[in-house]
Design a protein around this ligand. Structure first.
Ligand code: ATP
Ligand code: MG
Length: 549
């Protein structure tokens, strides 16, 4: 990828400064910390690209760390998919780790805080804690349990751990400042009771650390230098720093740096919401080609290169913004336009009979595979008396400036001949049965025919050798309902029948192609078999999207 499209990256500027001052001795250690509670989406791809490529750029390391401190939501299916996705994007982690492996150290950290008088066991209910917390305008109120002695706190916390109390009966809170202007600093809960099995630690624990307390400790234990997270954690940074300073075990603690999360038009970046689509059966699964999950995008036919390119182009900023889905589409078009072969494929086919072409004769005509890339060579495509053309390439009552097939008009059949439409034959129900046409042998492609000109060029397939295929055309997952709400797009999947030139038989699952004049497609990896070819439209050829200057 060329340097000039690399957007500026303020995180790299911070690292450059740290390297100048020698803050971390020139070390750059990052991590990607997913919670294994769903499939990763394109927003996570941004975080993956940022964390892994930052480590690469500085000759550092990046860990894959599962943030599995919440025992309730995790699933091994998700763990597998996360690893597949990271590898598919082209990255390798230094270590693969589980936050739950640090539960002991987190517990010790809590004991340290209690002993320093910096944490206390609170008996208030969750609701009371919320009430006591105050608002942006009003300071919070101190809990009546805030001034328990160290001894009492140690004993109660020990009992919490031993299972003496029920879920919600007690919590451990950091003792910071109930009147802090930053609500996150008003004695945040750092441990809660949950009598739940954990996939890693089983029933060893019935108290679990809260994210804001656990995350800095995870980073510090691993020697992370730059802990990159999304903007909504900006207000949590003082707590991140407080935790590490108060526990005090790490002389050069990691620093948290926030960047704006990716939002894309016409889709949604939230595992919870995407899970709903899956659970309600609106889509075929997490890897449905309409889904913004990495699994869905992969199955749709996007390449890892196009996603990395996209992440480079959107850059890393400090302000939230909405990225046009057209940019993602631009990146895959840009990637495929010089690299894949094309095929003649027609949708909603209409039969054409060339009445002056010898019956039973088939000739093979050379057609280039990719006009931008000679190296891809050409293929021989059969032509004969009976052909299929695309439903869109014929009109009975054409408007002005329609240059394709209509009675009386002559067009070029790409790579073959000039063909004139003379008559429409109809079925009893009035639909078009076939078009009776004639061809002009003089106009054969490659003959340098200098006679009359035609304005339209269309593609075609020979009828007796054509192979029927299934084509899946996708629209955006979400649409505006007219009242400003983004709702599921009921028309997001269209399944149509197509006819393809016979060389389509050699296409294997996962292969990408251009269907001439239509777009880029991939042979679906789940639905394609030797006998039945099913194609996903990755993206159409045309777009109104313009690259921002
Ligand atoms: P979701 O709300 O979809 O569940 P999350 O932030 O809870 O997302 P995590 O598994 O906790 O998901 O995230 C792992 C990493 O990916 C975090 O560092 C998070 O900041 C980052 N991330 C998640 N969503 C985005 C996004 N839309 N853009 C950039 N980074 C993201
Ligand atoms: Mg989450």
């Amino acid at each position: 990828m060329s340097e000039e499209i690399k957007a500026t990256n303020f995180i790299h500027s911070i690292i450059d400064k740290d390297n100048e001052t020698g803050k971390y001795g020139g070390e750059v250690y990052t991590r990607f910390p997913p919670e294994p509670n769903g499939y990763l989406h394109i927003g996570h791809a941004k975080s993956i690209c940022l964390n892994f490529s930052t480590a690469q750029k500085y000759g550092g390391h990046c860990n894959l760390r599962y943030d599995d401190t919440n025992p309730l939501k995790e699933d091994i299916e998700y763990v597998k998919s996360i690893e597949e996705d990271v590898k598919w994007l082209g990255f390798e982690w230094d270590k693969r780790l589980w936050a739950s492996d640090y539960f002991d150290e987190m517990y010790e950290g809590a004991i340290t805080l209690i002993k320093k008088g910096k944490a206390y066991v609170d008996d208030l209910t969750a609701e009371q804690i919320r009430e006591y917390r105050g608002t942006l305008k009003e300071p919070g109120k101190e809990s009546p349990y805030r001034n328990r002695s160290v001894e009492e706190n140690l004993k109660l916390f020990e009992e919490m751990k031993a299972g003496v109390y029920k879920d919600g009966e007690k919590v451990l809170r950091a003792k910071i400042d109930m009147s802090s202007p930053n609500i996150n600093m008003r004695d945040p809960v750092i441990y809660r009771i949950a009598h739940s099995e954990h996939h890693n630690t089983g029933d060893k624990w019935c108290i679990y650390p809260m994210y804001d307390y656990a995350h800095p400790i995870e980073d510090a234990i691993e020697g992370i230098t730059h802990s990159i997270c999304t903007l909504e954690f900006e207000d949590h940074r003082p707590l991140y720093e407080w935790t590490l300073n108060e526990i005090g075990k790490w002389p050069t603690p990691p620093q948290q740096i926030e960047f704006a999360r990716l939002n894309l038009t016409n889709t949604i970046m939230s595992k919870r919401n995407l899970k709903k689509f899956v659970d309600e059966g609106l889509v075929e699964g997490w890897d449905d080609p309409r889904m913004p999950t990495i699994a869905g995008i992969r199955r749709r036919g996007y390449t890892p290169e196009s996603i990395r390119n996209f992440c480079d182009r959107i850059g890393v900023a400090k302000a939230n913004s909405l990225v046009d889905a057209g940019l993602l589409e631009y990146c895959i078009r840009d990637n495929l336009q010089n690299t894949v072969s094309s095929k003649n494929v027609v949708e909603n086919p209409i039969k054409v009979i060339i009445t002056n072409y010898p019956e039973g004769q088939i000739e093979y005509l050379p057609i280039e595979n990719n006009r931008n890339n000679e190296e891809l060579g050409e293929r021989m495509v059969p032509f004969g008396r009976e052909l299929w053309i695309d439903g869109e390439d014929f009109m009975e009552n054409p408007p002005k400036k329609y240059f394709r097939m209509f009675v009386g008009n002559e067009v070029r059949f790409k790579g073959a001949y000039f063909i004139k439409c003379n008559e429409v034959v109809k079925n009893d129900d009035g639909t078009v049965k076939e078009l009776l046409c004639t061809y002009d042998p003089e106009t054969k492609s490659g003959n340098n025919f200098e006679g009359r000109k035609v304005k339209g060029t269309i593609h075609w397939v020979e009828a007796t050798t054509a192979k029927e295929i299934e084509i899946r055309n996708y629209e955006y997952l979400l649409v505006d309902d007219g009242e400003g709400n983004q709702v599921f797009n009921k028309d997001s999947l269209e399944v149509v029948k197509g006819y393809a030139e016979p060389s389509i038989n050699d296409v294997t699952a996962g292969e990408r192609l251009q269907f001439f004049r239509h777009g880029y497609y991939i042979a679906d990896v789940k639905l394609t078999t030797d006998d039945k070819k099913v194609f996903n439209r990755i993206v159409g050829l045309k777009s109104s999207f313009k690259l921002p200057k």
